[in-house]
Design a protein around this ligand. Sequence first.
Ligand SMILES: [Zn+2]
Ligand SMILES: [Zn+2]
Length: 367
Amino acid sequence: MTEAVAAIMPGANQPFSIENVTIDAPQAGEILVDIKAVGVCHSDLVMVSGAFGTQFPAVFGHEGAGIVEAVGAGVTKVAAGDKVLLTFASCGECVRCKDDDPSYCVEFTAMNMLCARPDGSSRVHQHGKDLSANFFGQSSFASKAMASERNVIKLSADADLAALAPLGCGIQTGAGAVMNSLEAKAGQSLVVIGGGSVGLSAVLGGKIAGCSPVILIEPQAYRRDLALSLGADYAIDPMAGDVVAAIRAILPGGVDLLLDTSGHMPTVTASLGMMANKARLGLVGIPGSFDAALPVPMIQWITTGGTVRGIVEGDSNPDTFLPELIAHHAAGRLPFDKFVTTYPFDQINQAIEDAHSGKAIKVVLTF
Ligand SMILES: [Zn+2]
Ligand SMILES: [Zn+2]
């Protein structure tokens, strides 16, 4: 057992409460990490609402970065003292994992959303009671978190943990959706709907892939300006008029690659009218309802060879894709720090309020 400080969600949509907890010693295959920074991602805010039937009190957080404190039996990937980045969990045994495709692990929901060990037990306790934890195989809204070999990557000794933390989910989702899932190639046109951290990462991924032009659709002016400063060629306000006409004015033949990060159904539905032949539409944004359905015009999509695909974690295989993104960041090609705001961990409620209001785009909490 080790002592830690965690941001506990006591019940649905309550403020986080910073409290002392205890965490088990690592079991076989587990890695106890001293968390130094953790990003706040949209999924954390969805879980806070009680989605997926989470039992409260619970510890969320899934963009942790820190230093390995102890490892369980059989762990060879990292050792105490190593700097590590945490990411989503996967089983390593299923057909998708064996095909280096762990973001579609058949156990993804069980391993990332259910907030317990695979055997149902909890790693995190308070006053003798179990807390829901193991969110994304980590629950890193805490000074210490338990991960496993499948969801850590080792960083260099001089890595800046606060700078790299958000790569573990939001940044790899946006950049990977374009670079991996949509298989962006140089010269293809790219439209991204929504200029939050995932959408802006998608813009950066499009620039890395050589897409041209790269266009962002986003209602908030300062996010449009930010996208332009990050290299987007155009930034369109969907409230200013007919979005399809605005895109067609730039791309008369339609859009090659379109990524929705907004989940805003009217805009996604309208986007079906701006696609080029052989276009690919990627869906990342979570709509407001489980029943949301996209009315794909079948004859148009058959005759133009269009593709619609859902995307989890940017099709990332973290062991290879995260080092690739870290190299792009080091070379100045993935300057996501331009839309990160850092807060001390104990200001988590203020940080989330600022994320909701739009004052902050990507929040990182530091210890
Ligand atoms: Zn799997
Ligand atoms: Zn996330």
